[in-house]
Design a protein around this ligand. Structure first.
Ligand code: CAA
Length: 388
C-alpha cells in the first residue's frame, strides 16, 4: 500500500523584518546574516497569532468536506505548546469543523516532533487504510533580542494530510533514526526563550546527518545518485549545506551539482520566514517542490529531520504523477509577497508583548491581522479563538 503526503500547505504571519536592517541595528555586518547564516527576512509574530491559530490557518484552506469525513486523527507537532495538558490539536479540530470521532493529540521532541507524527500516522494508515491523518507543525522560535540566536528566529506552520494513495509524495519504508542525550538546545518550561549551545548544536546536527546518512547507505545500498534532491531541517538555511557539503566531495560532479542546486531551491521559503522548528523540514520540502520545475514523478527526495536533545531521522519519498496539480504554489507565494515589513522597533515591541497570566481578561481585534483565524483574547486563563 502506498502511504504519504496527499496535501501540504503552510502559513506564516503577515509581518517580517529585513535581515540587513536587523544586522545594522545590532551592529553586525549584514553579510553575516544574509550569507553566513543565510536568512533574508524573518517572520514577526503578532500577539493575535499563536501556535494554534497558525496551524489552523495553514490547514483550513487545505482540507475540504470529503477530508473532514475521513480525518479521524489529528497530530500536532510543536515545541511551543500553549498548555502542559490540553493538546493544541483539539482547538484546531474545532476551528476546522472536524467531526467528533477524531483522536487529537500533540507530539513533542524539539524539531523532530512532526517527523514522529508522520511515522506514527504511517503505521496508523497501514492499519486503517480509509483514514486520513491531519498533521500540524507549528512553532515560534524565540532566543531573545540581541542574542546570537536572534538571527535564527521565525514562526509559522505547515499542515500535511497523510493518506493512502497520496497525490503528492509516497513515503518509502526504509528509514534510519537515532536518539542520543545531548544538551545542545532546550526550552525549560519556565522560560519563553530557548537555551542553546549554538556551536555544539551545529556539531550535533552535522554528526547526526553523517551517522544517519552513513547507516542509510549501508542498509539500502543507495547513494546520492539515487536522489533527485535532499531536504533538511533548516534552523537557518546555511545549516543543511554545512552538513551535506563534506559528503559531496568524492561524488560525481553532475550529481553533486544537482544536489547543491536543489538544496538552494529547498531554502526558498525558509530564507523568508526563519526557523519554524517542527515545520522547517516540511517548509523546505514545499520550497523545493513548488519552486523546481524540473523535478518529475518518480523522483526520490531524501529528508533529514533533526530535533535537538537529540533525535534524528533520514527518510525518503517518491514524487507522484501529477503532483504539481495538487500544490497551492500561487497562494503560498502570494502569502509571502503580501506580508508587511515592520521596523526593528516595531518587531521589538511585538516580541515583548505578553498575554496576561493572572486570569485577567484581554481582547484583541482581528482588524490588524489579515489571517482568517486569530487569537481574540484571553478570559480566565482560556484563550479565545475566532474565525473571521
Ligand atoms: N560575511 C559573511 N559571513 C560571515 C560574516 C561576514 N561578515 N561574519 C560571519 N560570517 C559567517 C561565519 O563565518 C559563519 O559561517 P561558517 O559557519 O560557515 O563559518 C556564519 O556567518 C555564522 O557566524 P558565527 O558562527 O560567528 O555566528 P554566531 O556565533 O553568532 O552564531 C549560531 C550562529 C550558532 C547559528 C547562532 O545563531 C545560534 O545559536 N542559533 C540557534 C541555534 C541553532 O540554530 N542551531 C542549529 C543546529 S540545532 C537545530 O537544528 C535545532 C533547532 O532548530 C534549534
Amino acid at each position: 500500500m502506498k502511504i504519504g503526503i496527499d496535501k501540504i500547505g503552510f502559513y506564516a504571519p503577515h509581518m517580517y523584518v529585513d535581515m540587513v536592517k536587523l544586522a545594522e541595528a545590532r551592529g553586525d555586518d549584514p553579510l553575516k546574516y544574509t550569507k553566513g547564516i543565510g536568512q533574508d527576512e524573518m517572520a514577526v509574530t503578532p500577539i493575535t497569532q499563536d501556535t494554534v491559530t497558525m496551524a489552523a490557518n495553514a490547514a483550513h484552506q487545505l482540507i475540504d468536506d470529503k477530508d473532514r469525513e475521513q480525518i479521524d486523527y489529528v497530530i500536532f507537532g510543536t515545541e511551543t505548546g500553549i498548555d502542559h495538558s490540553k493538546s493544541a490539536a483539539i482547538y484546531v479540530s474545532r476551528l476546522l469543523g472536524l467531526k467528533k470521532q477524531v483522536r487529537a493529540v500533540e507530539t513533542k521532541q524539539a524539531c523532530y516532533g512532526t517527523t514522529a507524527a508522520i511515522q506514527l500516522a504511517k503505521g496508523y494508515i497501514a492499519l486503517n487504510p480509509e483514514s486520513k491523518v491531519l498533521i500540524l507543525a507549528s512553532d515560534i522560535a524565540r532566543y531573545g533580542l540581541a542574542t546570537p540566536g536572534e538571527v535564527t528566529q521565525g514562526s509559522g506552520a505547515v499542515a500535511i494530510l497523510l493518506s493512502q494513495d497520496p497525490r503528492i509524495m509516497t513515503l518509502e519504508k526504509e528509514t534510519t533514526f537515532q536518539t542520543e542525550d545531548s544538551m545542545d538546545f532546550w526550552r525549560p518550561i519556565y522560560s519563553d526563550v530557548a537555551f542553546v549551545d549554538g556551536k555544539y548544536s551545529n556539531d550535533r546536527y552535522i554528526d547526526f546527518f553523517a551517522d544517519l546518512w552513513g547507516e542509510y547507505k549501508e542498509k539500502t545500498k543507495r547513494d546520492f545518485a539515487d536522489f533527485a534532491a535532499l531536504c533538511f531541517h533548516l534552523p537557518y538555511t546555511r545549516m543543511g549545506e554545512k552538513a551535506l557539503k563534506p559528503h559531496l566531495e568524492n561524488v560525481a560532479e553532475s550529481v553533486a551539482n544537482q544536489l547543491t542546486e536543489r538544496y538552494k531551491t529547498s531554502t526558498t521559503y525558509n530564507r523568508l520566514v526563519g526557523n519554524i522548528y517542527t515545520g522547517s523540514l516540511y517548509l523546505s520540502l514545499l520550497s523545493l517542490i513548488e519552486n523546481d520545475d524540473n523535478l518529475a514523478a518518480g523522483d526520490r527526495i531524501g529528508m533529514f529531520s533533526y530535533g535537538s536533545g537529540s533525535v534524528g531521522e533520514f527518510f525518503t519519498g517518491i514524487l507522484e504523477e501529477g503532483y504539481q496539480d495538487h500544490l497551492n504554489t500561487a497562494n503560498h507565494k502570494a502569502l509571502l509577497a503580501n506580508r508587511k515589513e515592520v521596523t526593528i522597533k516595531e518587531y521589538e515591541a511585538e516580541f515583548l508583548k505578553e498575554l496576561p497570566t493572572d486570569g485577567s481578561t484581554v481582547e484583541y481585534s482581528g482588524d490588524n491581522d489579515p489571517a482568517d483565524i486569530y487569537l481574540a483574547g484571553i478570559t480566565e486563563h482560556m484563550r479565545q479563538y475566532k474565525n473571521k
